[in-house]
Ligand binder design. Structure first.
Ligand code: NAD
Length: 283
């Protein structure tokens, strides 16, 4: 495979999971964030997840050590110079992502593919920021990355066949099942999933049932492995709100308006698991 060295921008919920999966698959990984504290937190999560995999015997202690040895941390974009692939997995905000992509673009080599893990933003619009939009693609991983088998591969209008083929090859190499999608707000999976979660928040807001009962209803009535409100906490309520706002504006359709309670919770900083409090509380 032509991709051997990757860089992941953002060491948060998704970034550390992407780094973990790629390092376990034998790739050299640089994890980059704005602050050392974010990097240290990301590495601690990643290490704990690898340890869990060792306890479950899905990897050996040596696999864990080897994977950790392949991961380096940095706050300096200059390290991207040797990357074959950069995956942007920073906060879901269009202007921030455009800024980051310009920074990446100014450093990487001519052969490097630039990808974004955005949940909902336009791949075509983001591709327009870089100097070689043909080498830009959406690689949408799912949370938690080490456990979820899917990788949605999204072509922008400009994405070349060679870039698409390289992305599919990467998916296979890291043990993910690729599903190809065309660019549209939220692509395929989140287009279906996030309005369902938003509706669950409307149901809670209207006082029809408790959070626990809404989740139990969807688990036992629809065979979902996790209820929609617990899933919202896992995704991060700020990310979910950003996705719903992208749908609302992107389709110009009121059916996608975010629930008021979701906006309130984000304003309060109750962002879900990563904040210790969302629809549920966490240690
Ligand atoms: P997060 O809030 O957990 O982490 C974001 C990270 O980006 C933070 O560590 C932050 O410090 C870092 N960051 C911010 N600005 C930066 C910059 N200029 N340079 C480098 N790092 C920077 O968010 P997340 O849940 O990991 O989401 C990241 C991306 O993945 C978003 O685009 C989101 O939509 C997408 N995504 C999220 C999920 C999910 O379930 N959370 C699933 C699929 C895709």
């Amino acid at each position: 495979m032509s991709i051997q060295q990757i860089a992941v921008i953002g060491a948060g919920t998704m970034g550390n999971g992407i780094a973990q999966v790629c390092a376990l698959a034998g790739l050299q990984v640089v994890l980059l964030d704005v602050a050392d504290t974010a990097l240290e937190k990301g590495l601690a999560t990643l290490t704990a997840n690898l340890e869990r995999q060792v306890r479950k015997e899905s990897i050996t202690p040596k696999d864990k050590q080897d994977a950790l040895a392949r991961i380096s941390l940095s706050t300096d974009y200059a390290v991207l110079r040797s990357a074959d692939l950069v995956i942007e997995a920073a906060t879901e905000n269009l202007e921030l992502k455009k800024r980051i992509l310009k920074q990446i673009d100014s450093v990487v080599s001519a052969h490097c593919i630039i990808a974004t893990n955005t949940s909902s933003l336009s791949i075509t619009e983001l591709a327009a920021v870089v100097s070689e939009p043909g080498r830009f693609i959406g690689l949408h991983f799912f949370n938690p990355v080490p456990l979820m088998a899917l990788l949605e591969v999204i072509r922008g209008l400009q994405t070349s066949d060679a870039t698409h083929a390289a992305a599919l090859q990467l998916a296979e190499h890291i043990g993910k099942r690729a599903v190809a999608a065309r660019n549209s707000p939220g692509f395929v999976v989140n287009r279906v999933l996030c309005p369902m979660i938003n509706e669950a928040i409307f149901v809670l807001q209207e006082g029809l049932a408790s959070a626990k009962d809404i989740d139990t209803g969807m688990q036992l009535g629809c065979n979902h492995p996790i209820g929609p409100l617990a899933l919202a906490d896992l995704i991060g309520l700020d990310t979910l709100l950003a996705i719903m706002e992208t749908f609302y504006q992107g389709f110009n359709d009121p059916k996608y308006r975010p629930a008021q309670l979701l906006k309130e919770m984000v304003a309060a900083g109750y962002l879900g698991r990563k904040a210790g409090r969302g629809f549920y509380t966490y240690d």
